[in-house]
Design a protein around this ligand. Sequence first.
Ligand code: SF4
Length: 169
Amino acid sequence: MAFHKVDYTKENGLPVVLTTVDKLVQWGRSNSLWAVSYGLACCAIEMMAAGGGRYDFDRFGTIFRASVKHSEVMIIAGTLTKKHAEFTRRLYDAMPEPKWVISMGSCANTGGMFNTYSTVQGVDRIIPVDIYLPGCAPRPETLQYALMILQKKIRRQKPNRSQKPKRLV
Ligand code: SF4
């Protein structure tokens, strides 16, 4: 009978991984960020492209959902009008804690070129934003990068921290 002996000194030590519960929870959380589909204008087309096979957000564990009750991330893609602002806030409030927001595109970040009576000059006047993604419109790769930055941010946070009230502009 063949006898296989593994030399762990050559294989970089024993096959054991040590970590903390906090890190494990945040690792799991950051790799299953379900995102509410929330396209408001042309940026939404890029967001939809990001969900397709070419960019494949599913491999990050990010699946677009049509329900805020199932979602941890709100990606606001496009121009937010004042008429719509109340609904945005309501949807944000209906999401379970902990939750994060990505503001996608210049219109969502600052109102963009629409410095008009009807446009909200930045979604952070309505809801707290974690990641600002610049561009008009940002490409799907950029959204992917923003998501990866958000994942890093989440991994650095404590899982059971009481969420501080986030600052609005
Ligand atoms: S940033 Fe540009 S692409 Fe995005 S919603 Fe505004 S005008 Fe459209």
